[in-house]
Design a protein around this ligand. Structure first.
Ligand code: KMH
Ligand code: ZN
Length: 274
């Protein structure tokens, strides 16, 4: 089977040091967490950034500072900025990291609107998705298609037919968000069976669902995303000290199952980034 690409979502926009004191906020903390995750086996860093006080921001200067710090520590790693940002941000705010120089190799493209727990709504209209995709295309940035529900897969396929999203497509199935598709084997299979064979996919899942769903992805030939953005626990009741521990756990599961881990160079080949 193809080698496993591990993405580390090291920070996110929602979790705080009150949830887990090891969540990185500062440029230095983000650089250190990225390097630890890379050394443990991650080839992609999915990146959100924060102000020093923990407030999420999509400010291009802050993104550039974090990317520079990550690349200084691990030049080979693939950095994948989020264009999802945090709930309530404007489209203009969210899109800023794709205007970095040089442009990132990848960025997330969220494929639909959904409830996000409580009163929160994560808004991605069809025109927003088309606009984000067009801007990414014009800069040679490969979108990772974030699908929190089956309808979002269908949206991506429709926009592929219309020429806005190019092949080979790369999906990330986000399971178990309060408002999206559940984190169950049946639902993951439904998502996987809905995409073209030429596509690649990664799986992430919220909280305790992270490792079971990622394990299923490893078995199915998909890829794996772990990290504080999705889950702050190493095991029941045990907070992870670093993203490194979460990456090490997925490396260990994958090796037990006979699947080796992709380097960034190999990840670029698998995802047709070069
Ligand atoms: N923070 C969430 C609202 C992405 O990175 O593109 C959206 C998110 C998806 O995390
Ligand atoms: Zn994210």
């Amino acid at each position: 089977m193809e080698k496993l690409i591990i993405t580390a979502a090291i920070c996110g926009a929602e979790v705080t040091k009150e949830n887990n004191p090891n969540i990185p906020y500062t440029v230095r903390e983000i650089g250190i967490e990225a390097e630890k995750a890379f050394l443990a086996g991650a080839s992609i860093i999915h990146l959100h950034v924060r102000e020093d006080n923990g407030i999420p921001t999509q400010d291009i200067k802050r993104f550039q500072a974090c990317v520079d710090e990550i690349k200084r520590r691990c030049p080979d790693v693939i950095v994948q900025p989020s264009t999802g940002g945090a709930i309530g941000m404007s489209n203009e705010e969210r899109l800023q990291p794709i205007f970095m120089n040089p442009p990132p190799e990848m960025a997330t493209l969220d494929c639909g609107t959904m409830n996000f727990g409580g009163d929160e709504i994560f808004v991605n209209t069809e025109n927003t998705i088309i606009n984000f995709a067009t801007e990414m295309n014009s800069r040679g940035i490969k979108p990772e298609l974030e699908c929190f529900d089956k309808g979002m897969v269908d949206m991506a396929l429709r926009l592929n037919k219309k020429g806005y999203i190019k092949e080979p497509m790369h999906f990330n199935f986000v399971l178990g968000v309060n408002g999206g598709i559940a984190a169950t084997p049946r639902d993951l299979l439904y998502m996987v069976n809905s995409i073209p064979k030429s596509s690649t996919f990664t799986v992430c899942a919220i909280g305790r669902h992270e490792f079971p769903m990622v394990t299923m992805s490893i078995i199915l030939g998909g890829h794996a995303r772990v990290g504080f953005e999705d889950n702050i626990y190493l095991s029941k009741g045990v907070l992870a000290k670093s993203n490194k521990e979460l990456v090490e756990k997925v490396v260990s599961i994958s090796k037990e199952l006979g699947r080796n881990i992709a380097s960034p160079y190999e990840a670029r080949k698998i995802l047709s980034l070069d």
